[in-house]
Structure formats: structure tokens, C-alpha cells
Design a protein around this ligand. Structure first.
Ligand code: ATP
Ligand code: MG
Length: 729
């Protein structure tokens, strides 16, 4: 069989073969990124069918995304001895699609609106009905609700210490009620209901009989409910194979429990453990960097990975002055690579840490006509739910008659948009000379305080025109959000507030580039227009376009060329992992203590950095902007640690001096990796072409429409280990 596999180009190594051939009982396949875990899963499914006569329909293969499930089926179909019908019959599913199939089988007819888009639409509708559209982003509300429910709690139990929380909770409860009244369920409901159903022996036993072999990919990111489901299903045959990498647990905020994989062989005492330690994805130096980064985590199983690939170009590094320059640099550089025919657009991924962290690069890509697909995001930054109303206020300040912008000003007044707009339109017909919002102030349905608010709003809008756009944003933020953002932290809402704060800061940063409200607004409008024109590109899965996504989304994927942007303190590691519990001595700039660095949040950030780096096959470009949201930002400690450079006074990014740490042994990976990213303190030769496309010689164009922006000079890529150290000097 393995020879037949080789005939179709799959040359498995010994431990891989061992995993594929594994007989009965639980099996844990533990391996670092790119060591062929997913490859082995597919091969084992084929092997079981071809060599062990296991019917396809008895195999359950759980993947993390539905895209991965589809790919898995394709892979299996290409294996020797697998008939097309058999490949189709394999149950390659996500937890959710499996749970849903089960619910359906047991007569649950509730309609799913699993598409996040549909959930957004409903949440948006609830917010609108409650007059809260302006105050909340549906995405973040849904995420907060989901995290809350993943722990088995209902929305009724959410805390509501301040009014905004009570408002958010009202929206969530309305959303839950809306579903129940219409017999609908979302993803969280599906999982919850399925796991309850599985506790019934009459449901469980037939499934246990049917699935003789259960395999789970990305096991390190299963949450408690999912793990429980797997355990129950596998309880009879006990042929449970899980594959994963504890270094890639990056969804703990969604309930993922790293313990599931770390303790698998304690729960299943007879489990066979096979480790795969040859990475076939990345060039040696890229793998070396990834290994060195994650080696600093304490909460992990240590691994020694070696690279099958050769020592290609070392990871390249640049320190642009800020995200704008970073974006300009990257776009210039990638255009150069594509023009020179080295890469196609589709070979390139740009990875960022947070949702709002893609704003600058997104704008550069659009304004410079680079075809790209952004995974997981539906809209231009300025059109997002939280941002849109602020932009609408700016638009109204330029043109008070702009009807499309009126509805978003109604939200915070707690009046129905429909009724409000109806009144305005009616008045408009009778006395068209007045501005629409002035009509509103005369609406007989308003209570006194609301009328007062409309008047204040009119005053605010009038004053915006004369302000610098960034100041106008600050002003609106102060009026609309500050009270809430500064109100005390109550666990459930912290994450939500953080995203909100981040988006607002990003908006302010974006506005700073413009001198007038008019210039800012027309830039945002042009961006939306161009984004619309790229619509068809986004609909085709396979289009030749750059992939732009968060690191979370990139899990399990690989690309010939990766740009990891925002490798700076406060971005990755994210500020939320830093400001938590920094002890006094750390703040004063003392050497980092183990206790701080082992903080769980920081370890998860480090795993994210590891995931980012290990997506790259041949080319890896890392940028550390020296500022973020106008504040100085140091190079990410994860890079400095990896090269044995002591982070300079970690929480004081303005200090740029530091000293070299003791040279360390290249403990993170095996002997096949030499040079490159080894933390041996020996500088590696810079084999750098000075950036393909002669990036150094080019000057990035400034963002169209922003005359105030200074011309950007492009920094030169440097080989990472030299560059990191030089930078610290
Ligand atoms: P991740 O942790 O990122 O999910 P993974 O462990 O699932 O990674 P795969 O995606 O299965 O790794 O494999 C990584 C790359 O290595 C793929 O391009 C795959 O085709 C290749 N590969 C896997 N095993 C071998 C092998 N024995 N020989 C050659 N190439 C291999
Ligand atoms: Mg994988």
C-alpha cells in the first residue's frame, strides 16, 4: 500500500506509516506544525478502507473548518484503492456539521442560520429595534455571547453592572428569543443540543456501533463539549485517533482546552503515542525561527523538530516606522515579487493578529489595485457597524441633507429608526428648506430628554466640519463611548470592550492622516467603491489573489510566501496579554521573571506567533512597526527571545536599548537545522537579494487622496537574526 502511495507522490516516513497502520485502540499523534498530521489522517482513512476493509461510512473524520473537511474528502479521493463513491461516503465533518446531522436524524427540524452573515443580520436587526445600532458591533456581541454559552451558561446570567452592559444583554436576549420563537438555532445551540442528545443511550449506542474509527484533526483546539462528544462516540470501539500540536492551541478564548491533548494519554492510559518530528513544509531557517519562538513556552510538551527542506532564504525582517509605512513597504515588495515572476498573488498570505490590524494593509492593497481576498471579513473598515455611524456623522457635517446618513444618528436616541425616518420624510415634503435633523427635533413623539439629545447632536455635527478629522473622531468617541469604555470591567465584557476600543483607536489613527473631514470622508468613500468593484474576485475560491487573514484563520494552511505584519509589542503579544498582571518590578524595567512570561495569555500569544511563522514554506517576511496608534512599539519580544536578545524593559517600548543575552544552544530543534535561525549567537550570512523587486529602490506611493501624508521611504529587508540584534544595539 505504501508503495502505491508513493506512486501517487506521497512518501510517508516511518512514524507516519506507523500511525497510518495503527491497529486497534486509542492513538495520539503529536507533532509540530507542518509535520504531516493532516496528511496522515487522510492516508489512514484510505488505508483502513483499502487494506482493512473498513466501510467508508464507519469512518468519522473531524476537521476544524468545513473547508478543511472538503479538502480532506478530495485528498482521500486521490488515494490508491479508494473508489469515488467510498471517498464520498467517509464522514469528513466539522463538529458542528456532525452535530447537526445528528440532530436532524433525531427529528430536530429547527432551521439553522449557521452562516455568520445570517447571525449578524439578526443581531443587527435586534440592535436596530432596540435603538442600539450605534452602540454595538453585532460581531463582537455574537462573539461575547458565543464564548459565554460555550461555558454552558445562558444569556440570562450575563452581568449588567452598567447601562451599556444591560443594553448589550437586552440585545442578546432579544436575539435568543428571536431564534426560539422561529424554531431556529445557531452554531452554539447546535453543539449544545447535540451534546445533550448524546447523553441519551438510545441515541448514542447506534452511533457507537456505526463509527468504528474516529479521527480528529486539530485536536488541541477542541473545547469541553466537543471533547465530551468524541469520548462518548468512541467509548465502544475505542478506535480514537487524535492528531494535534499543543503548540497550536490558539482558541482558548473560545473554550479550547490545551489539556485535552496534553493529557490524552493520561485519560486513555493504553493510548499509543506517535510523534512526528520532520517538518516537510518550511525551509529550515523558517522552522528554526518558529521552534525557537515556541520553545520559550513552559506549558507544552517539548519537541525537537527537524526540517526536511533546505536552508532557503532566512526570514527577512524590517522595522517600518508605523503601520502605514509597513503596509506600503509590503505592497511594494510583493508587487515586485509578482512582477519578477517569482510568485503568483495566490502564493502570498498576509497574516495579522487582530481584526482591525488589517486596516492599513487593506487600504494599500485596494488603492494600489492588488487583487486580494480577505478571509472572514465582510466590509471595509469604515463601513463596519461600529465605525459607520461615526463616518455618517462626518458625512452629515459636510452635507446635512444626506438622507442615507440620518438613520445611524437615530440609534443612541432610543427611537425607532423606521418611525423616525418616516417623520423626517413627511416633514421634508412640507418644508424642504430645513435640515432633516431639525425636523427630527420637532417630532412630537420625542420625550424631553430625547429632544435635548437631538439638539446636542445637531450642535455636535455642526461643529465637526471645522475640526481636524482625528479630533472629530475623538470628540464623538467622548460623547458616545467613553463612559462605557471606562466603566468597570466585568469579566464577560472585557474582550468585547477591547475590540471596541481597538476599532476606535484604529479609526482615530486612520483619520490623523487627513487635514480635513472632507478629505477623510472622500477617501473612505473611494475605498468602499473600489472594494465593491473587487466583488467578483472574492466569490471565486481559486482566484489568483493575495490572501489576507488573521493568524487564527490561517491555522492548518500553508503558503509559499508569508508576510507576518505587526510583530511588535502590543500587537503580538497583544496588549491584552500584557497589561493584565505586570508586577511592579517589570514595569520599572527589571529583567522579565519566569512567572510573568509564563502567564497563560502570553503563552497563547507566543503560540500565535509560532502559527504565523510556520505557515510559510519558502519565504517569510516579518515587519515590526516602531509605532502603533501613535505610540512607540518595540520589536515583539517573541523575535528577540528567539534570537537570544534580552527584551529591553518590556513594558516601556520607547526605550530601544538592550543587551545581548547569553548565547544559547539551538535547543528548539534537531541537528538537521543548522545556521539560520539558530539562537547560537552566530550571525548567518545574509543571502538577501536586497528585496526582490528592488524594494529598496522604490518609493511607495502615498495613499491616494491623502495629500497630508508624508512620502514614505521604504526600509530594506534584513535577515532576521542579524537585524534583530542590530536593532537592539
Ligand atoms: P499543521 O500543524 O500546520 O496543521 P500538519 O502537521 O497537518 O500541519 P500537513 O499539512 O499534513 O502538516 O503537511 C505539511 C506539508 O508537508 C504538506 O505540504 C504535505 O503535503 C507535506 N508532507 C507531509 N508529509 C510528507 C512526507 N512524508 N513527505 C513529503 N511531504 C510531506
Ligand atoms: Mg494540519
Amino acid at each position: 500500500y505504501f508503495r502505491a502511495l508513493e506512486d501517487v507522490g506521497i512518501h510517508l516516513n516511518r512514524p507516519q506509516i506507523q500511525a497510518v497502520r495503527h491497529g486497534k485502540g486509542p492513538l495520539l499523534t503529536l507533532a509540530g506544525a507542518g509535520c504531516g498530521k493532516t496528511t496522515v489522517l487522510a492516508a489512514r482513512a484510505g488505508y483502513l478502507m483499502a487494506m482493512r476493509d473498513i466501510p467508508a461510512s464507519s469512518i468519522l473524520l473531524v476537521t476544524f473548518t468545513s473547508k478543511a473537511a472538503a479538502e480532506m474528502k478530495l485528498r482521500i479521493a486521490g488515494l490508491p484503492g479508494v473508489r469515488p463513491a467510498a471517498a464520498r461516503a467517509v464522514q469528513a465533518r466539522t463538529f458542528h456539521s456532525f452535530a447537526l446531522a445528528m440532530l436532524r436524524h433525531h427529528g430536530v427540524q429547527d432551521e439553522v442560520f449557521g452562516e455568520t452573515q445570517a447571525q449578524h443580520t439578526v443581531m443587527k436587526m435586534m440592535l436596530r429595534q432596540l435603538g442600539l445600532s450605534e452602540a454595538f458591533q453585532p460581531e463582537s456581541l455574537l462573539a461575547a455571547l458565543s464564548a459565554w454559552k460555550a461555558e454552558g451558561r445562558s444569556a440570562d446570567e450575563l452581568p449588567e453592572t452598567v447601562r451599556e452592559e444591560a443594553d448589550a444583554k437586552r440585545a442578546m436576549l432579544a436575539y435568543e428569543a428571536w431564534k426560539q420563537e422561529r424554531n431556529k438555532m445557531d452554531f452554539d445551540d447546535i453543539l449544545l443540543r447535540a451534546s445533550v442528545l448524546l447523553r441519551d443511550p438510545d441515541v448514542l449506542q447506534p452511533l457507537q456501533r456505526r463509527f468504528s474509527h474516529i479521527m480528529v484533526d486539530e485536536f488541541q483546539d477542541t473545547n469541553a463539549l466537543q471533547y465530551e462528544m468524541v469520548q462518548r462516540l468512541a467509548a465502544r470501539h475505542r478506535n480514537l485517533m487524535v492528531v494535534g500540536d499543543d503548540d497550536q492551541t490558539i482558541y482558548t478564548f473560545n473554550g479550547a482546552r490545551q489539556e485535552s491533548i496534553l493529557e490524552f494519554d493520561k485519560v486513555y492510559k493504553d493510548a499509543k503515542v506517535i510523534t512526528l518530528d520532520i517538518n516537510y513544509r518550511s525551509d529550515a531557517r523558517i522552522l528554526g525561527l518558529g521552534s525557537n519562538i515556541v520553545a520559550k513556552n513552559v506549558h507544552r510538551r517539548s519537541k525537537r523538530l527537524s526540517a526536511a527542506g533546505h536552508e532557503g532564504l532566512p526570514p527577512q525582517f524590517a522595522t517600518p516606522s508605523g503601520p502605514e509605512e509597513e503596509a506600503a513597504h509590503i505592497v511594494t515588495h510583493l508587487l515586485g515579487q509578482v512582477e519578477e515572476g517569482q510568485l503568483r498573488y495566490r502564493d502570498i498570505a498576509i497574516l495579522h493578529r487582530t481584526a482591525s490590524g488589517s486596516r492599513s494593509i487593506f487600504e494599500q492593497l485596494i488603492m494600489r489595485d492588488v487583487p486580494f481576498i480577505q478571509y472572514g471579513a465582510g466590509a471595509v473598515f469604515y463601513d463596519q457597524t461600529l465605525i459607520r455611524p461615526l463616518m455618517d456623522h462626518l458625512r452629515l457635517s459636510l452635507n446635512p441633507r444626506r438622507m442615507e446618513s440620518i438613520p445611524s444618528t437615530l440609534g443612541p436616541l432610543y427611537v425607532s429608526r423606521e418611525a423616525g425616518m418616516e417623520w423626517i420624510m413627511r416633514e421634508e415634503k412640507q418644508q424642504a428648506k430645513k435640515y432633516p435633523l431639525i425636523h427630527l427635533s420637532r417630532w412630537d413623539r420625542l420625550r424631553d430628554f430625547q429632544r435635548q439629545q437631538v439638539k446636542e447632536r445637531i450642535r455636535l455635527i455642526r461643529s465637526l466640519t471645522t475640526m481636524k478629522p482625528a479630533y472629530a473622531i475623538q470628540e464623538m468617541r467622548r460623547v458616545f463611548y467613553d463612559k462605557y469604555l471606562e466603566s468597570g470591567d466585568t469579566g464577560a465584557w472585557t474582550h468585547y470592550k477591547e475590540t471596541m476600543q481597538e476599532s476606535l483607536e484604529e479609526l482615530e489613527t486612520a483619520a490623523k492622516r487627513f487635514d480635513t473631514v472632507e478629505a477623510f470622508v472622500s477617501f473612505a468613500d473611494e475605498l468602499s467603491e473600489r472594494h465593491r468593484q473587487m466583488e467578483s474576485l472574492r466569490r471565486e475560491e481559486d482566484s489568483d489573489a493575495v490572501r489576507l487573514m488573521t493568524i487564527h484563520r490561517a491555522k492548518g494552511l500553508e503558503f509559499p510566501c508569508v508576510y507576518w505584519i505587526g510583530a511588535s509589542e502590543g500587537i503580538l503579544p497583544h496588549s491584552s496579554a500584557l497589561h493584565s498582571e505586570l508586577p511592579e518590578d517589570r514595569r520599572a524595567g527589571a529583567a522579565p521573571t519566569a512567572a510573568v512570561d509564563n502567564d497563560a495569555a502570553l503563552e497563547e500569544e507566543r503560540r500565535l506567533a509560532y502559527v504565523a511563522v510556520t505557515r510559510a514554506k519558502e519565504l517569510l517576511y516579518i515587519t515590526s512597526p516602531a509605532s502603533n496608534h501613535g505610540k512607540p512599539a518595540a520589536v515583539s519580544r517573541f523575535l528577540l527571545e528567539a534570537y537570544g536578545v534580552t527584551p529591553p524593559e518590556a513594558s516601556k517600548p520607547e526605550t530601544r536599548r538592550g543587551s545581548f543575552g547569553q548565547p544559547k544552544n539551538a535547543s528548539g530543534y534537531g541537528s538537521r537545522v543548522s545556521g539560520g535561525a539558530s539562537a547560537s549567537g552566530v550571525a548567518t550570512r545574509v543571502s538577501s537579494k536586497p528585496g526582490p523587486g528592488n524594494a529598496a529602490a522604490r518609493t511607495a506611493t502615498s495613499v491616494a487622496g491623502s495629500r497630508t501624508e508624508p512620502r514614505i521611504s521604504v526600509p530594506v529587508w534584513k535577515c532576521t537574526d542579524d537585524a534583530c540584534k542590530a536593532w537592539m544595539r
